[in-house]
Design a protein around this ligand. Structure first.
Ligand code: TRH
Length: 377
């Protein structure tokens, strides 16, 4: 019998919650022969990542995943063997009761947000007793072996490498998006939240000697791009040139195409959680716009990641990368830090590849979840 999995996703904002759970659901089906239901409370957000989705239906099968509109009020169903509440979303009370009623109660996992902080390893896999008598386990993704790892599909790095070694594949992909960069242009993708530091970065790119082609998928940062360009509107397909800088607005593409976009670029500005991880798998230098949290908790997470990521770098390269990431996340001095970083470019490029290989030598998140379940049985 195929093990059954229920993944519950409540979309808080943006695309990270659904991005992670949709990716995980697909991988469990494709690589672990699991029967997966993905319960999502916002099909519109889901449809952005998976345009084949029909937002009007309560149930549909997509890439082998049984995608369900999370109904409100809840309609009783049988509980699955493994239940994942993503990012501490609250499960329906009746569903929790159904988990407890089973002959062998469900394995209940809370999939947490990604963090490189030290304490994560110590908390990964810890149980917490619930009033129903069920135990809930905390499952932490992470960058170290004592965590649950990162989402990484089988063969991902090989696919990425083949693509990056095949200029015709890259060109065909970019052409499909309507992108035709100059031969010597540096290609940058920009996926970020609103950022008042953007203007100084665009200033130095426009004033630079090397052409830069910046690709901006539709999203929250467009307002800042538009303000810097001084244009009335920016829509998908807009292309503006200022000095050495070309800015082009792209549509929001599927997750697989977004991977190809990251693989195609020389440098990727990413945000949140899932695009941040995907940019690491791209093996190219990156810039992370971390999701802002109350009381600046996010800045500790940023530092924790930087401390880990810069370990393999020379002090000078580590310092320039840290300065750029700090500037970006504080919204000031980005242009200056970008210029300072240029000297370290070859080292950063090499390090990005080495980092992706090192991370890929660890157990991936889906595999770690399956192992956790098998050990728990
Ligand atoms: O959208 P995000 O800002 O999501 C955030 C974070 O996950 C944050 O931790 C969380 O607390 C908050 O949401 C609620 O960034 P993230 O995580 O990178 O998710 C974006 C998803 O969108 C990711 O799966 C990649 C995908 N994507 C596409 O599929 N196509 C695109 O064109 C782009 C730009 C992104």
């Amino acid at each position: 019998m195929r093990p059954t999995w229920d993944i519950f996703c409540s979309v808080v904002d943006n695309y990270g919650d659904i991005g992670v759970t949709w990716r995980l659901a697909r991988q469990l089906v494709a690589e672990h022969d699991a029967a997966v239901r993905l319960w999502v409370d916002d099909l519109l957000a889901f449809a952005r990542l998976c345009p084949a989705a029909d937002v009007r239906v309560a149930q549909q099968s997509l890439q082998g995943v049984d995608v369900r509109q999370w109904p409100a009020p809840w309609l009783p169903v049988e509980a699955a063997d493994v239940v994942i509440e993503a990012f501490a979303c609250e499960l329906p009370t009746a569903y929790v009761a159904a988990m407890a009623r089973r002959a062998r109660p469900s394995l209940w996992l809370n999939l947490e947000y990604l963090s490189a902080e030290d304490w994560v390893g110590g908390c990964h896999g810890l149980p917490s007793m619930q009033s129903t008598g069920l135990q809930k386990f905390f499952f932490f993704p992470g960058f170290r072996p004592e965590t649950g790892g990162l989402l990484r599909e089988a063969g991902l790095l090989e696919r990425r490498r083949n693509f990056q070694q095949d200029p015709a594949a890259r060109q065909a992909f970019l052409q499909r998006l309507g992108v035709a960069p100059l031969a010597n242009a540096r290609l940058i993708s920009l996926f970020a939240y609103e950022n008042c530091g953007l203007a100084s970065w665009l200033d130095v790119l426009a004033a630079g000697c090397q052409p830069t082609h910046m690709l901006v998928p539709e999203g929250r940062v467009l307002g800042d791009v538009q303000a810097w360009l001084g244009v009335r509107s920016l829509t998908v397909g807009s292309l503006e040139v200022r000095g050495a800088l070309t800015v082009q607005v792209l549509p929001f593409v599927t997750q697989d195409d977004y991977d190809r976009l990251l693989w195609s670029c020389d440098f990727n500005a990413v945000r949140g959680e899932d695009s941040f991880v995907r940019a690491q798998w791209a093996g190219r230098p990156l810039l992370w716009h971390i999701y802002e949290q109350q009381e600046n908790v996010h800045l500790e997470k940023l530092e924790a990641f930087l401390a880990l990521y810069t370990q393999g770098l020379s002090p000078a390269a580590g310092a320039t990368l840290t300065a750029l990431w700090q500037a970006w996340n504080h919204g000031e001095g980005v242009g200056e830090s970008w210029l300072a970083l240029q000297q370290a470019w070859p080292e950063l490029a090499e390090h990005a590849e080495a980092w992706s290989l090192e991370q890929a030598s660890q157990t991936d998140l889906a595999e770690a979840l399956v192992e956790f379940y098998l050990n728990w049985l």
